[in-house]
Design a protein around this ligand. Structure first.
Ligand SMILES: C[S@@+](CC[C@H](N)C(=O)[O-])C[C@H]1O[C@@H](n2cnc3c(N)ncnc32)[C@H](O)[C@@H]1O
Length: 238
């Protein structure tokens, strides 16, 4: 089995057993090959914008597992993926600004994945600021030494604020966690749709009231968007 560097191993540890994944900017392809070899990810996609890099991944796949045909895709950022096609997307070893461009190129698509593992080479402040302003939440952060560098590994989920002490029982993430989509049955869609209709009515009446505080309006708007997002995920995954 491939022995990963500590940096790649730290990224790999963020992928849970059974999660499918894509590695954007895969280059050598070691991370996805390791996840597949270890039986952690049943499906891995290796993607790169550079034909030379992708050829490197292809060569490594061939010499390590000549009998297996891996899914290698040439293209820019997330363009190579369909919405929600994999659970987790790793983007590692490139600049923080480039990561914001990759994620921002099609926000709806970016929000369709369960999580991203990001390991920026620089500009982490710009990346974090962009994430917070584009409805991503950082749910885990790790530091790992690679040679003379200390690298940051962020695990990021869309449109869900991590369940921390800052959230109270009235926050929508407690009422409707993402797990509802994972554990769906034939009532889930109706259940979420009913709640969304109610939250929209509340938003409408708040918007009509002249005295409403902007912070309360924003919060209500967020509740509507959050439920719309859950329903979109549910329908995409059906
Ligand atoms: C330094 S390598 C990192 C390789 C590997 N992810 C790692 O962390 O060890 C960066 C890779 O990202 C690729 N890349 C750069 N911009 C990209 C983009 N917009 N979409 C996909 N891949 C990209 C490059 O071609 C290169 O192979």
């Amino acid at each position: 089995m491939i022995k990963l560097t500590p940096r790649l191993k730290t990224i790999a540890e963020e992928i849970e057993n059974g999660e499918t994944m894509a590695d954007i900017g895969t280059d050598h392809g070691f991370l996805p090959v390791y996840l597949w070899e270890a039986g952690i990810s049943p499906n891995v996609i290796m993607a790169d914008v550079s034909p030379g890099s992708l050829a490197k991944a292809e060569q490594n796949c061939h010499s390590l597992h000549p009998e297996t045909s891996f899914d290698l895709r040439l293209g820019n950022g997330l363009e190579v993926l369909r919405p929600g096609e994999v659970d987790a997307v790793a983007i590692a070893g490139m600049g923080g600004i480039l990561m914001t461009e990759i994620l921002g190129a099609d926000l709806e698509k970016s929000w369709s994945f369960k999580k991203f593992i990001l390991q920026p080479r620089n500009r982490i402040g710009q990346l974090r600021c962009w994430l917070y302003n584009n409805q991503f939440s950082v749910v885990n952060e790790k530091l790992v030494r690679e040679g003379k560098f200390i690298c940051e590994v962020l695990t990021v989920v869309p449109k869900e604020i991590a369940v921390t002490g800052d959230l109270g029982p009235d926050d929508i993430e407690y009422e409707f966690p993402h797990k509802l989509v994972d554990f769906r049955n034939d009532l889930t869609e109706e259940y979420l749709q009913r709640k969304l209709n109610l939250e929209k009515l509340i938003l409408q009446s708040m918007s009509e009231g002249r005295q409403e505080e902007p912070a309360k309006l924003r919060r209500q708007n967020y509740r509507v968007e959050y439920l719309e997002y859950l329903l979109r995920r549910l329908r995409n995954e059906n």
